[in-house]
Design a protein around this ligand. Structure first.
Ligand SMILES: Nc1ncnc2c1ncn2[C@@H]1O[C@H](COP(=O)(O)OP(=O)(O)OP(=O)(O)O)[C@@H](O)[C@H]1O
Ligand SMILES: [Mg+2]
Length: 467
């Protein structure tokens, strides 16, 4: 992949001595201001301070700052207002927000408005420095990214992710923009749409690409093991814990932690994960010392997590932490133009040494099918056909029956459209009746047959006044 190579080359420039970063600190709390000023000066920053938002903005106009740290609640102009004004003048400059415990919501708002991150009072100096360092690195990378893009020419791509439909291009374009940052990304989408593949793409195109990519499937782990799996344990913590063990958070330190099937996580563990993310440290089961970890978290789910938040089975605060950026993988049936590309991709994968092609009728069947299992299902179908094929061509005979069965060839049903036009509603009504007749009035089966949910079927039946 081109991008990580270039990144690595750029990273080499870190060795060049740079001028001290210039930081603007805005806080009405005199003593906190002094403490931060002292600690940051000691850590090779140049710092200017202001006791109010108004003063801060005046200073901001005078010098070329590299980052801004601002308290959120101040008399007069609030930190949010400061943030908004700064973003208007210079959207590239990272702004860190200081919040008091209990005002996390406004901090989340601030992040939505473009703040880089927030730190909760009281914080220690390492935490502030670390966050600031990350902010500076990221804004530098973002600047370099712009140069890089010009260098690559044309659109940024992730090599292993096949697809050129409009929706995939949108996803990939967005992914390209967020990959280099350290922002948490929540990837949603049906099973088999490529969520894990995208997560890997993000990791390998990020500044953490030299670090580990560690995936945890939150749904697959037995309840009694998941905590130790995530956070590790010390020897003797429970029966069977015969030695100290690192958890996935620690293993992923310096890299990316991929929390797969996050929607299946129990609420107690959600709280623990939230704490680990906020404090950037974990407690091993049975351990007494918190261990600092530096991970970027990517999460994925095929569940409707908004709904889970509404009914209280998923913590809202964790949801906000994880979903700074949300990427949605579209189902394959909504981007059928990608099917031929994917077929080609998998044919090469499963037939590396020969040129295998797909006959036109077989390709038509592949394009017409609904793909409930999405790309994974397509991959399996092509693998199967590659094993079964007799010559260099894949024909209908090598495709599973579900693809070649009657119900999939829509063209056959509505081939002869009348000149005078047809009523779509009439057609839909008739199809519903036929589907119900075919399944002896069983609504669940009729809905399945029509590729819709039962509530949708009932809704439409009511719409057409059917019993
Ligand atoms: N756009 C794509 N290009 C190439 N291969 C893809 C693409 N999307 C998915 N795949 C392949 O399809 C398979 C399923 O993808 P992946 O495991 O990423 O899906 P998922 O969304 O995580 O599924 P699940 O929710 O079931 O875990 C993988 O083998 C992956 O490599
Ligand atoms: Mg997956």
């Amino acid at each position: 992949m081109l991008f990580p190579l270039l990144l690595r080359r750029l990273r080499g420039r870190d060795n060049v001595r740079m001028k001290k970063p210039l930081i603007l600190l805005i806080d009405d709390d005199d003593s906190l201001r002094r403490v931060i000023e002292f600690s940051l000066t000691e850590a090779r920053y140049q710092i200017r301070t202001a006791a109010s938002g108004e003063d801060g903005l005046r200073l901001f106009e005078e010098e070329p700052f590299d980052a801004v740290i601002t308290d959120i609640t101040m008399p007069g102009m609030s930190g949010m207002e400061v943030l908004a004004r700064i973003r208007r003048v210079n959207a590239g400059i990272p702004v860190l927000i200081i919040t008091a415990y209990g005002t996390i919501e406004s901090a989340v708002d601030a992040m939505k408005q473009g703040a880089f991150d927030y730190i909760t009072k009281p914080f220690n100096r390492d935490e502030l420095r670390l966050t600031l360092d990350r902010a500076l690195t990221m804004s530098r990378l973002a600047r370099e990214n712009v140069e890089l893009r010009a260098e690559i020419q044309g659109k940024y791509r992730f090599d292993s992710i096949v697809g050129s439909s409009e929706t995939m291009n949108e996803v990939l374009d967005m992914t390209g923009r967020v990959a280099a940052s350290d922002a948490s990304v929540l990837i949603t989408g049906e099973s088999g749409t490529g969520k894990e593949l995208l997560a890997k793409g993000i990791h390998y195109n990020s500044q953490r690409s030299d670090g580990p990519f560690v995936a945890v499937n939150c749904a697959a782990l037995p309840e009694n093991l998941i905590e130790s799996e995530l956070f590790g344990h010390v020897k003797g913590a429970f029966t069977g814990a015969t030695r100290d063990k690192e958890g996935k958070f620690e293993l992923a330190s310096g890299g990316t932690l991929f929390l797969d099937e996050i929607g299946d996580l129990r609420v107690e563990l959600q709280a623990k994960i939230l704490r680990a993310l906020q404090e950037r440290s974990v407690d091993r089961v049975g351990g007494s010392q918190p261990i600092t970890v530096d991970v970027r978290v990517l999460a994925a789910t095929n569940k409707d997590i908004d709904q889970a938040v509404k009914v209280g089975s998923f913590r809202e605060d964790l949801y906000y932490r994880l979903s700074v950026i949300v990427l949605h993988m579209p189902p394959l049936r909504d981007r059928r133009e990608d099917i031929p590309l994917l077929v080609d991709h998998f044919l090469k994968k499963f037939n590396p040494s020969s040129d295998v092609t797909v006959e036109p009728e077989a390709l038509a069947a592949l394009r017409a099918y609904g793909w409930p299992g999405n790309v994974r299902e397509l991959e399996n179908v092509i693998e199967r056909a590659s094993v079964l094929r007799r010559g260099a061509g894949i024909s209908l005979a090598e495709l599973p029956e579900k693809l070649t069965g009657e119900q999939t060839s829509i063209e056959k049903i509505i081939l002869n459209l009348p000149e005078t036009g047809i009523s779509l509603e009439e057609l839909e009504k008739n199809l519903i009746i036929k589907a119900l007749e075919k399944h002896k009035g069983n609504q669940t089966r009729a809905a399945e047959y029509l590729g819709i949910t039962r509530p949708t079927l009932i809704y439409r039946m009511e719409k057409y006044g059917m019993k």
